[in-house]
Design a binder for this molecule. Structure first.
Ligand code: CTP
Length: 385
Protein backbone atom coordinates (compact mmCIF):
# COMPACT_ATOMS: atom_id res chain seq x y z
CA UNK A 1 0.00 0.00 0.00
CA UNK A 2 1.49 3.29 -1.12
CA UNK A 3 -0.19 6.61 -0.48
CA UNK A 4 1.21 9.18 -2.93
CA UNK A 5 3.47 11.71 -1.19
CA UNK A 6 1.18 14.57 -2.23
CA UNK A 7 -1.80 12.95 -0.51
CA UNK A 8 0.31 12.12 2.53
CA UNK A 9 1.33 15.80 2.63
CA UNK A 10 -2.33 16.85 2.75
CA UNK A 11 -3.25 14.33 5.46
CA UNK A 12 -0.24 15.30 7.56
CA UNK A 13 -0.76 19.01 7.14
CA UNK A 14 -4.27 18.65 8.53
CA UNK A 15 -3.22 16.44 11.45
CA UNK A 16 -0.19 18.64 12.22
CA UNK A 17 -2.65 21.53 12.47
CA UNK A 18 -4.60 19.66 15.13
CA UNK A 19 -7.39 18.17 13.00
CA UNK A 20 -8.26 14.60 12.15
CA UNK A 21 -7.90 13.55 8.52
CA UNK A 22 -8.50 10.24 6.76
CA UNK A 23 -8.80 8.81 3.32
CA UNK A 24 -12.35 7.61 2.77
CA UNK A 25 -14.66 5.94 0.26
CA UNK A 26 -13.51 4.50 -3.06
CA UNK A 27 -9.80 5.05 -2.52
CA UNK A 28 -9.80 2.93 0.67
CA UNK A 29 -11.62 0.19 -1.26
CA UNK A 30 -8.99 0.43 -3.98
CA UNK A 31 -6.14 0.16 -1.46
CA UNK A 32 -7.67 -3.00 -0.01
CA UNK A 33 -7.95 -4.36 -3.55
CA UNK A 34 -4.27 -3.57 -4.14
CA UNK A 35 -5.32 -1.14 -6.87
CA UNK A 36 -4.01 2.39 -7.38
CA UNK A 37 -6.97 4.71 -6.82
CA UNK A 38 -8.04 7.07 -9.63
CA UNK A 39 -8.91 9.77 -7.14
CA UNK A 40 -8.58 10.51 -3.47
CA UNK A 41 -11.22 11.71 -1.03
CA UNK A 42 -10.17 12.98 2.36
CA UNK A 43 -12.55 13.40 5.26
CA UNK A 44 -11.58 15.74 8.09
CA UNK A 45 -12.72 17.25 11.36
CA UNK A 46 -11.63 20.67 10.06
CA UNK A 47 -14.48 22.90 8.95
CA UNK A 48 -14.19 24.23 5.39
CA UNK A 49 -12.77 27.65 6.35
CA UNK A 50 -10.28 25.87 8.61
CA UNK A 51 -9.23 23.61 5.76
CA UNK A 52 -8.80 26.68 3.55
CA UNK A 53 -6.64 28.26 6.25
CA UNK A 54 -4.49 25.11 6.66
CA UNK A 55 -3.78 25.11 2.93
CA UNK A 56 -3.54 28.90 2.59
CA UNK A 57 -0.11 28.61 0.98
CA UNK A 58 -1.27 25.92 -1.49
CA UNK A 59 -3.72 26.03 -4.35
CA UNK A 60 -7.22 25.55 -2.94
CA UNK A 61 -10.47 25.57 -4.89
CA UNK A 62 -13.69 25.96 -2.89
CA UNK A 63 -15.51 23.34 -4.99
CA UNK A 64 -18.51 22.80 -2.73
CA UNK A 65 -18.19 24.90 0.38
CA UNK A 66 -21.86 24.50 1.24
CA UNK A 67 -21.36 20.74 1.43
CA UNK A 68 -18.01 21.11 3.14
CA UNK A 69 -15.78 20.29 0.17
CA UNK A 70 -12.63 22.03 -0.94
CA UNK A 71 -10.20 20.72 -3.53
CA UNK A 72 -6.52 21.01 -2.76
CA UNK A 73 -3.92 20.82 -5.51
CA UNK A 74 -0.39 20.01 -4.61
CA UNK A 75 2.51 19.08 -6.84
CA UNK A 76 0.44 17.72 -9.72
CA UNK A 77 -2.17 15.91 -7.62
CA UNK A 78 -5.50 16.94 -6.23
CA UNK A 79 -7.81 15.63 -3.53
CA UNK A 80 -11.26 16.58 -2.40
CA UNK A 81 -11.23 17.37 1.29
CA UNK A 82 -14.64 17.27 2.94
CA UNK A 83 -15.60 18.09 6.49
CA UNK A 84 -17.23 15.31 8.54
CA UNK A 85 -20.89 15.82 8.07
CA UNK A 86 -24.26 14.49 8.99
CA UNK A 87 -27.14 14.56 6.58
CA UNK A 88 -30.69 15.36 7.50
CA UNK A 89 -33.82 14.12 5.71
CA UNK A 90 -33.81 13.37 1.97
CA UNK A 91 -37.28 14.60 1.09
CA UNK A 92 -36.73 14.15 -2.65
CA UNK A 93 -35.04 10.74 -2.32
CA UNK A 94 -31.93 12.14 -3.98
CA UNK A 95 -30.31 14.97 -2.01
CA UNK A 96 -30.11 15.64 1.70
CA UNK A 97 -32.26 18.64 2.63
CA UNK A 98 -29.44 19.90 4.75
CA UNK A 99 -25.94 18.91 5.76
CA UNK A 100 -24.44 19.69 9.12
CA UNK A 101 -20.74 19.68 9.85
CA UNK A 102 -19.41 17.59 12.69
CA UNK A 103 -16.17 17.03 14.58
CA UNK A 104 -16.95 13.33 15.05
CA UNK A 105 -15.98 10.86 12.34
CA UNK A 106 -18.72 8.48 13.46
CA UNK A 107 -21.30 10.94 12.17
CA UNK A 108 -19.62 10.93 8.80
CA UNK A 109 -19.24 7.18 8.44
CA UNK A 110 -22.78 6.28 9.54
CA UNK A 111 -24.34 8.31 6.68
CA UNK A 112 -22.52 6.32 3.99
CA UNK A 113 -24.11 3.72 1.75
CA UNK A 114 -22.25 0.41 2.14
CA UNK A 115 -19.92 -0.99 4.78
CA UNK A 116 -17.09 -1.32 2.24
CA UNK A 117 -17.52 2.39 1.48
CA UNK A 118 -17.69 3.44 5.13
CA UNK A 119 -14.09 2.81 6.10
CA UNK A 120 -11.56 5.55 6.78
CA UNK A 121 -7.80 5.16 6.61
CA UNK A 122 -5.03 7.31 8.08
CA UNK A 123 -1.68 7.94 6.41
CA UNK A 124 -0.11 4.95 8.20
CA UNK A 125 -2.71 2.64 6.70
CA UNK A 126 -4.69 2.16 9.97
CA UNK A 127 -8.32 1.62 9.17
CA UNK A 128 -11.30 2.91 11.13
CA UNK A 129 -13.99 0.36 10.50
CA UNK A 130 -17.14 0.86 12.56
CA UNK A 131 -19.47 -1.29 10.43
CA UNK A 132 -17.51 -4.41 9.60
CA UNK A 133 -16.35 -3.12 6.21
CA UNK A 134 -13.08 -5.08 6.31
CA UNK A 135 -14.89 -8.31 7.17
CA UNK A 136 -17.45 -7.72 4.39
CA UNK A 137 -14.64 -6.86 2.03
CA UNK A 138 -12.85 -10.13 2.86
CA UNK A 139 -16.09 -12.08 2.48
CA UNK A 140 -16.85 -10.18 -0.73
CA UNK A 141 -20.14 -8.77 0.41
CA UNK A 142 -22.00 -5.53 -0.31
CA UNK A 143 -23.98 -4.68 2.80
CA UNK A 144 -25.78 -1.45 3.56
CA UNK A 145 -24.64 0.53 6.58
CA UNK A 146 -27.38 0.11 9.18
CA UNK A 147 -30.92 -0.36 7.89
CA UNK A 148 -30.80 -0.94 4.09
CA UNK A 149 -34.25 0.47 3.36
CA UNK A 150 -33.27 3.73 5.10
CA UNK A 151 -30.09 4.04 3.04
CA UNK A 152 -31.97 3.36 -0.19
CA UNK A 153 -34.84 5.65 0.71
CA UNK A 154 -32.41 8.49 1.44
CA UNK A 155 -30.83 8.20 -1.99
CA UNK A 156 -32.41 5.87 -4.53
CA UNK A 157 -29.29 5.88 -6.69
CA UNK A 158 -27.72 3.67 -4.04
CA UNK A 159 -29.99 0.85 -5.25
CA UNK A 160 -28.17 0.88 -8.54
CA UNK A 161 -24.83 1.47 -6.82
CA UNK A 162 -25.35 -1.79 -4.88
CA UNK A 163 -25.63 -3.67 -8.17
CA UNK A 164 -22.79 -1.69 -9.69
CA UNK A 165 -20.37 -2.49 -6.86
CA UNK A 166 -21.44 -6.14 -6.85
CA UNK A 167 -20.79 -6.31 -10.59
CA UNK A 168 -17.50 -4.38 -10.53
CA UNK A 169 -16.04 -6.13 -7.50
CA UNK A 170 -17.61 -9.55 -8.02
CA UNK A 171 -19.21 -9.36 -4.58
CA UNK A 172 -22.53 -10.79 -3.43
CA UNK A 173 -25.20 -8.48 -2.14
CA UNK A 174 -26.14 -9.41 1.42
CA UNK A 175 -29.67 -10.76 1.65
CA UNK A 176 -31.42 -7.98 3.50
CA UNK A 177 -29.66 -5.36 1.41
CA UNK A 178 -30.66 -7.16 -1.80
CA UNK A 179 -34.29 -7.53 -0.72
CA UNK A 180 -34.50 -3.83 0.13
CA UNK A 181 -32.83 -2.88 -3.18
CA UNK A 182 -35.35 -4.98 -5.10
CA UNK A 183 -38.41 -3.78 -3.28
CA UNK A 184 -37.38 -0.13 -3.42
CA UNK A 185 -36.24 -0.29 -7.07
CA UNK A 186 -39.31 1.68 -8.27
CA UNK A 187 -37.73 4.65 -6.48
CA UNK A 188 -35.10 4.72 -9.21
CA UNK A 189 -37.62 6.86 -11.08
CA UNK A 190 -36.65 9.67 -8.69
CA UNK A 191 -33.06 9.66 -9.90
CA UNK A 192 -31.81 11.72 -12.82
CA UNK A 193 -31.30 9.67 -15.97
CA UNK A 194 -27.77 11.01 -16.33
CA UNK A 195 -26.77 9.59 -12.94
CA UNK A 196 -28.44 6.29 -13.79
CA UNK A 197 -26.51 6.14 -17.03
CA UNK A 198 -23.17 6.66 -15.26
CA UNK A 199 -23.87 3.79 -12.85
CA UNK A 200 -25.38 1.52 -15.48
CA UNK A 201 -22.40 2.03 -17.75
CA UNK A 202 -20.01 1.02 -14.97
CA UNK A 203 -22.21 -1.95 -14.09
CA UNK A 204 -22.37 -3.42 -17.59
CA UNK A 205 -18.67 -2.86 -18.21
CA UNK A 206 -17.53 -5.10 -15.37
CA UNK A 207 -14.87 -7.57 -16.47
CA UNK A 208 -16.40 -10.74 -15.02
CA UNK A 209 -19.72 -10.32 -13.27
CA UNK A 210 -21.99 -8.11 -15.37
CA UNK A 211 -23.96 -11.14 -16.63
CA UNK A 212 -24.56 -12.49 -13.13
CA UNK A 213 -25.74 -9.15 -11.73
CA UNK A 214 -27.85 -8.25 -14.78
CA UNK A 215 -29.57 -11.62 -14.43
CA UNK A 216 -30.46 -10.85 -10.81
CA UNK A 217 -31.73 -7.44 -11.89
CA UNK A 218 -33.70 -8.98 -14.75
CA UNK A 219 -35.26 -11.78 -12.71
CA UNK A 220 -36.28 -9.40 -9.94
CA UNK A 221 -37.66 -6.80 -12.33
CA UNK A 222 -35.13 -4.14 -11.38
CA UNK A 223 -34.42 -3.54 -15.07
CA UNK A 224 -38.13 -2.77 -15.53
CA UNK A 225 -37.64 0.09 -13.09
CA UNK A 226 -34.88 1.54 -15.25
CA UNK A 227 -36.26 0.95 -18.74
CA UNK A 228 -39.78 1.06 -20.08
CA UNK A 229 -40.91 -2.54 -20.75
CA UNK A 230 -37.47 -3.76 -21.82
CA UNK A 231 -37.17 -6.93 -23.91
CA UNK A 232 -33.92 -8.29 -22.63
CA UNK A 233 -31.81 -10.55 -24.82
CA UNK A 234 -31.53 -13.21 -22.13
CA UNK A 235 -28.98 -15.23 -24.09
CA UNK A 236 -26.58 -12.28 -23.81
CA UNK A 237 -26.49 -12.63 -20.03
CA UNK A 238 -24.38 -15.76 -20.54
CA UNK A 239 -21.74 -14.13 -22.73
CA UNK A 240 -21.84 -10.40 -21.96
CA UNK A 241 -18.72 -10.69 -19.80
CA UNK A 242 -16.77 -11.95 -22.81
CA UNK A 243 -17.68 -8.91 -24.89
CA UNK A 244 -14.91 -6.29 -24.72
CA UNK A 245 -15.93 -3.84 -21.99
CA UNK A 246 -17.29 -1.10 -24.20
CA UNK A 247 -20.65 0.09 -22.94
CA UNK A 248 -22.19 0.63 -26.39
CA UNK A 249 -21.48 -2.94 -27.54
CA UNK A 250 -22.65 -4.49 -24.28
CA UNK A 251 -25.72 -2.29 -24.21
CA UNK A 252 -26.56 -3.33 -27.77
CA UNK A 253 -26.11 -7.00 -26.85
CA UNK A 254 -28.51 -6.66 -23.95
CA UNK A 255 -31.25 -5.08 -26.05
CA UNK A 256 -30.31 -6.62 -29.40
CA UNK A 257 -33.79 -7.81 -30.36
CA UNK A 258 -35.81 -5.10 -28.64
CA UNK A 259 -37.51 -2.96 -31.27
CA UNK A 260 -37.32 -0.01 -28.89
CA UNK A 261 -33.59 -0.27 -28.27
CA UNK A 262 -33.00 3.32 -29.45
CA UNK A 263 -35.63 4.65 -27.08
CA UNK A 264 -34.05 2.76 -24.19
CA UNK A 265 -30.64 4.20 -24.97
CA UNK A 266 -31.89 7.74 -25.43
CA UNK A 267 -33.90 7.57 -22.22
CA UNK A 268 -30.56 7.52 -20.39
CA UNK A 269 -29.56 10.81 -22.04
CA UNK A 270 -26.15 9.60 -23.22
CA UNK A 271 -23.95 11.50 -25.68
CA UNK A 272 -25.20 11.60 -29.30
CA UNK A 273 -22.17 9.57 -30.21
CA UNK A 274 -23.07 6.79 -27.78
CA UNK A 275 -26.69 6.68 -28.97
CA UNK A 276 -25.52 6.59 -32.60
CA UNK A 277 -23.11 3.71 -31.94
CA UNK A 278 -25.84 1.59 -30.37
CA UNK A 279 -28.23 2.49 -33.22
CA UNK A 280 -25.73 1.37 -35.87
CA UNK A 281 -25.16 -1.96 -34.13
CA UNK A 282 -28.92 -2.45 -33.83
CA UNK A 283 -29.47 -1.67 -37.52
CA UNK A 284 -26.65 -3.80 -38.86
CA UNK A 285 -27.79 -7.26 -39.92
CA UNK A 286 -25.22 -9.98 -40.36
CA UNK A 287 -25.54 -11.71 -43.75
CA UNK A 288 -26.16 -15.42 -44.07
CA UNK A 289 -23.10 -15.85 -46.30
CA UNK A 290 -19.72 -14.96 -44.90
CA UNK A 291 -17.63 -14.77 -48.07
CA UNK A 292 -15.06 -11.98 -48.20
CA UNK A 293 -16.88 -9.76 -50.79
CA UNK A 294 -20.04 -9.83 -48.66
CA UNK A 295 -18.10 -8.96 -45.52
CA UNK A 296 -16.36 -6.09 -47.34
CA UNK A 297 -19.76 -4.70 -48.37
CA UNK A 298 -20.98 -4.97 -44.79
CA UNK A 299 -17.93 -3.11 -43.49
CA UNK A 300 -18.34 -0.50 -46.19
CA UNK A 301 -21.83 0.22 -44.91
CA UNK A 302 -21.45 -0.19 -41.15
CA UNK A 303 -17.71 0.07 -40.48
CA UNK A 304 -16.82 -1.05 -36.93
CA UNK A 305 -20.50 -1.36 -36.00
CA UNK A 306 -20.48 -4.56 -38.11
CA UNK A 307 -17.73 -6.01 -35.92
CA UNK A 308 -19.61 -4.87 -32.80
CA UNK A 309 -22.76 -6.50 -34.14
CA UNK A 310 -21.02 -9.84 -34.55
CA UNK A 311 -19.64 -9.45 -31.01
CA UNK A 312 -23.04 -8.50 -29.62
CA UNK A 313 -24.52 -11.64 -31.23
CA UNK A 314 -21.68 -13.75 -29.80
CA UNK A 315 -20.49 -14.62 -33.30
CA UNK A 316 -16.85 -14.20 -32.47
CA UNK A 317 -15.54 -16.06 -35.51
CA UNK A 318 -17.31 -13.71 -37.91
CA UNK A 319 -16.27 -10.77 -35.78
CA UNK A 320 -12.65 -11.86 -36.09
CA UNK A 321 -12.93 -12.24 -39.87
CA UNK A 322 -14.52 -8.79 -40.14
CA UNK A 323 -11.84 -7.34 -37.92
CA UNK A 324 -9.08 -8.88 -39.99
CA UNK A 325 -10.48 -7.42 -43.21
CA UNK A 326 -11.09 -4.03 -41.61
CA UNK A 327 -7.63 -3.99 -40.10
CA UNK A 328 -5.63 -5.13 -43.10
CA UNK A 329 -7.51 -3.60 -46.03
CA UNK A 330 -7.94 0.05 -46.84
CA UNK A 331 -10.68 0.35 -49.44
CA UNK A 332 -14.19 0.61 -48.04
CA UNK A 333 -15.62 3.63 -49.78
CA UNK A 334 -15.43 5.48 -53.09
CA UNK A 335 -13.08 8.00 -51.51
CA UNK A 336 -10.64 5.18 -50.66
CA UNK A 337 -10.26 4.28 -54.37
CA UNK A 338 -6.93 5.06 -55.98
CA UNK A 339 -8.83 7.01 -58.62
CA UNK A 340 -11.16 10.00 -58.54
CA UNK A 341 -13.80 11.67 -60.73
CA UNK A 342 -11.27 13.90 -62.50
CA UNK A 343 -9.15 10.86 -63.43
CA UNK A 344 -12.23 9.19 -64.87
CA UNK A 345 -13.25 12.19 -66.97
CA UNK A 346 -9.64 12.50 -68.18
CA UNK A 347 -9.35 8.93 -69.41
CA UNK A 348 -12.94 8.13 -70.48
CA UNK A 349 -15.83 9.97 -72.06
CA UNK A 350 -17.94 9.59 -68.90
CA UNK A 351 -19.42 12.81 -67.59
CA UNK A 352 -21.82 13.97 -64.83
CA UNK A 353 -23.58 11.22 -62.96
CA UNK A 354 -21.89 8.53 -65.06
CA UNK A 355 -18.73 9.35 -63.13
CA UNK A 356 -20.36 8.58 -59.78
CA UNK A 357 -21.75 5.34 -61.20
CA UNK A 358 -18.33 4.35 -62.51
CA UNK A 359 -16.74 4.95 -59.10
CA UNK A 360 -19.32 2.71 -57.45
CA UNK A 361 -18.85 0.04 -60.08
CA UNK A 362 -15.11 0.16 -59.41
CA UNK A 363 -15.63 -0.03 -55.64
CA UNK A 364 -17.75 -3.17 -55.96
CA UNK A 365 -15.27 -4.66 -58.44
CA UNK A 366 -12.56 -4.14 -55.79
CA UNK A 367 -14.80 -5.75 -53.14
CA UNK A 368 -15.35 -8.72 -55.46
CA UNK A 369 -11.63 -9.08 -56.15
CA UNK A 370 -12.08 -8.41 -59.86
CA UNK A 371 -9.56 -5.59 -59.86
CA UNK A 372 -6.79 -4.28 -57.60
CA UNK A 373 -7.20 -0.83 -56.03
CA UNK A 374 -4.36 0.59 -58.14
CA UNK A 375 -4.94 3.52 -60.49
CA UNK A 376 -3.53 1.86 -63.63
CA UNK A 377 -5.55 -1.34 -63.00
CA UNK A 378 -8.72 0.63 -62.27
CA UNK A 379 -8.34 2.60 -65.53
CA UNK A 380 -7.76 -0.60 -67.50
CA UNK A 381 -10.83 -2.17 -65.89
CA UNK A 382 -12.95 0.91 -66.67
CA UNK A 383 -11.97 0.81 -70.29
CA UNK A 384 -13.10 -2.81 -70.53
CA UNK A 385 -16.59 -2.29 -69.13
N1 CTP B 1 -21.65 7.80 -1.03
C1 CTP B 1 -22.84 7.43 -0.44
N2 CTP B 1 -23.99 7.43 -1.18
C2 CTP B 1 -23.98 7.80 -2.49
C3 CTP B 1 -22.78 8.17 -3.10
C4 CTP B 1 -21.63 8.15 -2.34
O1 CTP B 1 -22.86 7.08 0.74
N3 CTP B 1 -25.10 7.79 -3.18
C5 CTP B 1 -20.42 7.81 -0.22
C6 CTP B 1 -19.73 6.46 -0.14
O2 CTP B 1 -19.07 6.38 1.10
C7 CTP B 1 -18.73 6.53 -1.27
C8 CTP B 1 -18.28 7.99 -1.18
O3 CTP B 1 -19.47 8.69 -0.80
O4 CTP B 1 -17.66 5.63 -1.10
C9 CTP B 1 -17.72 8.55 -2.46
O5 CTP B 1 -18.68 8.45 -3.48
P1 CTP B 1 -18.34 8.31 -5.03
O6 CTP B 1 -17.10 9.08 -5.31
O7 CTP B 1 -19.58 8.60 -5.79
O8 CTP B 1 -18.13 6.76 -5.22
P2 CTP B 1 -16.94 5.84 -4.83
O9 CTP B 1 -17.35 4.97 -3.70
O10 CTP B 1 -15.71 6.67 -4.62
O11 CTP B 1 -16.79 4.90 -6.08
P3 CTP B 1 -16.30 5.27 -7.56
O12 CTP B 1 -15.07 6.12 -7.42
O13 CTP B 1 -16.04 3.92 -8.15
O14 CTP B 1 -17.46 5.97 -8.19
Amino acid sequence: MNIPVQIEYMLKKLTDSGYEAYLVGGCVRDFLLGKTPDDYDITTSAFPEETMAVFASDKVVPTGLKHGTVTVLYSGMSAEITTYRTETAYTDGRHPDNVEFSRDIRDDLCRRDFTVNAMAMDFDGNIIDLYGGVRDFDNRIIRAVGEPSERFTEDALRILRAFRFASKLGFDIENKTLKAAISLAPRLSLVSRERIFIEFEKLICSMYYAGKILRIMYENKVLDCIFDKPQINIAALDYIDKIPPFAHTRFAALFLYDERINEHVKSLKPSNEFAASVKSIAECRLPSEYDVPTLRRLLSRYKDAAIDRATAENKGEIGNRLFEIFDTEDCFSVSDLDINGTDISNVTSRRGKEIGEALHTLLFAVFDGKVENRKSDLIEYLKRI
